[in-house]
Design a protein around this ligand. Structure first.
Ligand code: AMP
Length: 535
């Protein structure tokens, strides 16, 4: 067993919080001590299995036995105590954690595993039929979680292999900790590598800004292959000695039940989650609605991020819950960068100001700083910013300018507050010589009584450069055509912002985080470039 205190701050904090509850999941409650014990066992098993793999006797020296030396360990585990035990176990053994997305197809998983050059795969029973054959086909070590931690059942023998050395690796903070895959719009997903120091900085800025305390209890309903769930929810909770209630997946009624139980003080989610919670609230009986709203009043903070929060959703959520959602802006590569204030006024449509320790600037097309009121690309610098895309030195170089990370997002500063205008290459449309923000047009279209959801994209056009194209999902029983939409919109939008193409869809294409996939939306429209006939 790994017994010596390692320098990982997570471990040092957890040791202080020993008997407090760290995680609550469908299997029960787990104290920090149990997390320390389980992650130590995972680390021990990972190190032992690696040594078993070393065929060459000469290589069996002490250093190799006691440190994975940044081997990538990919894992596919349903959110809950085992997920955290494995993540911490990989870190304690000196490995790089590569959390895989649930609900991925086999080719997608193979891509992540091959790209990361994973040397071991850890999975739970649900993922075994998918991952075991992938591991076998590649000769990668397959480590079922149930075998790593047989302790869950007291009747099972303790088969966790012992290692002769009890030396836990000292993990220097500049070592790689994690690879998260982030989808490119045109290329395959890239592995965003964060060091232990990056992870610590991403957590610490949020602990300070949102005043986390050991008395906090947060509900996780987000997937655990993304910075939002991993850093903002789980890691912030466990760094502060708080409790994380983990749902295996998002389910609106399960979330409402948990909020209604009075067991949480904090909630963080993406806008789509709030939309689904609103729909479930609308469907509940008047008495249940009152109960749910009452329960929300007891939370101290509710946060939205990872995509633009429609102002209409913010207002509706305020009516239901009494909370003005705190909107923040962040990215896999940088953690969180901008946030509305915890105690001050929260401005709908704004993402506030830079978080502590995070430097943000807006740069115009000429490469110079823009003045307030003028849109520019968001650049970020600071200890939370990642170091590299995994095995992609060219992409890494291109992502930085003079030491600042170029986010690819456009924003504007108004009244000292940042407002996000969207992805520079996707949401900033160039039509008839004007630059327009798709997010602004979407905000307006959502006010149309027939529109439930919408996504605006630019569609290449020889005359206009790009045409403003709107894909909408309508409220049940409503109808909408382009001429009537245009007449309605002309009172609210400048002529060049009024959509000239309209598609009515049953649902918008969204990714696992609930974000609208704009390239997929754009592909639904006919374009001159493809030789399609355009109305
Ligand atoms: P990801 O790396 O998956 O977290 O995606 C990051 C991207 O989500 C950013 O580059 C933005 O385009 C978008 N994003 C995150 N937060 C916000 C927000 N509050 N408003 C608008 N877009 C956001």
């Amino acid at each position: 067993m790994i017994s010596r205190a390692s320098r990982l701050p997570f471990i040092a904090h957890a040791q202080r919080h020993g008997k407090r509850t760290a995680v609550v999941d469908s299997q029960g409650s787990f104290a920090y001590n149990e997390l320390l014990d389980a992650s130590s066992r995972v680390a021990t098993a990972l190190l032992a299995s690696r040594n078993d793999d070393q065929r060459n006797e000469a290589q069996r020296n002490k250093v190799q036995r006691s440190d994975l030396q940044e081997d990538r360990v990919a894992f596919l585990i349903t959110p809950g105590f085992p997920w955290v035990a494995v993540q911490w176990g990989i870190w304690r053994a000196g490995g790089v954690a590569v959390p895989l997305p649930l609900n991925s197809t086999r080719p997608e998983l193979e891509f992540f595993i091959d790209d990361a050059q994973a040397s071991a795969l850890v999975f739970d029973a649900q993922a075994a039929s998918l991952l075991a054959p992938i591991a076998a086909a590649r000769g990668i070590r397959a480590l079922p979680y149930e075998q790593l931690l047989p302790r869950q059942s007291p009747d099972l023998p303790d088969i966790v292999p012992d290692i002769t050395s009890d030396v836990a690796p000292d993990i220097a903070s500049d070592r790689r900790a994690m690879i998260l895959y982030t989808s490119g719009t045109t290329s395959r997903p890239k592995g965003v590598v964060t060091t232990h120091a990056n992870v610590a900085a991403q957590i610490e800025t949020l602990l300070e800004a949102w005043e986390w305390s050991p008395d906090d209890r947060i509900l996780l309903c987000l997937p655990l292959h993304h910075v939002h769930g991993i850093i903002n929810v789980v890691s912030c909770a466990l760094w502060s000695g708080a409790t994380c209630h983990m749902l295996p997946r998002f389910d609106a009624n399960a979330v409402w039940d948990c909020i209604a139980s009075g067991g949480v003080t904090l909630f963080m989610a993406v806008p789509t989650v709030y939309v689904k919670l609103i729909a479930a609230w609308d469907e509940a009986s008047p008495q249940r609605r009152a109960e749910l709203s009452q329960a929300c009043f007891r939370l101290r903070l509710m946060v939205s991020g990872s995509a633009a929060l429609p102002v209409s959703t913010l207002h509706r959520w305020k009516e239901i819950s009494g909370h003005i959602l705190l909107e923040r802006y962040g990215m896999t590569e940088i953690g969180m960068a901008l946030s509305n204030s915890l105690r001050g006024e929260r401005i709908p449509g704004s993402v506030g100001r830079p978080l502590p320790g995070v430097e943000v600037q807006l740069i115009g097309e000429n490469g110079a700083l823009v003045s307030p009121g003028t849109p520019g690309e968001i650049e970020v610098r600071g200890p939370s910013v990642f170091g590299e895309y995994w095995r992609q030195p060219e992409a890494t170089r291109a992502a930085f300018r003079r030491g600042w990370f170029r986010t690819g997002d456009t924003a504007v500063v108004e009244n000292d507050l940042y407002r996000i205008l969207g992805r520079t290459n996707i949401d900033i449309l160039k039509t008839g010589g004007h630059k327009v923000s798709a997010l602004e047009i979407e905000e307006t279209l959502r006010e149309h009584p027939a529109v439930a959801e919408c996504a605006v994209v630019g569609v290449a056009d020889p005359e206009w450069g790009e045409r403003v194209a709107a894909a909408v999902v309508l409220n049940k029983g409503d109808a909408l055509d382009l001429p009537s939409l245009r007449i309605w919109a002309k009172d609210l939008l400048a002529p060049h912002k009024v959509p000239s193409l309209l598609l009515v869809l049953d649902a918008l294409p969204r990714n696992a985080m609930g974000k609208v996939m704009k390239p997929a939306v754009a592909a639904l429209f006919p374009t001159a470039a493809r030789g399609d006939s355009i109305p």
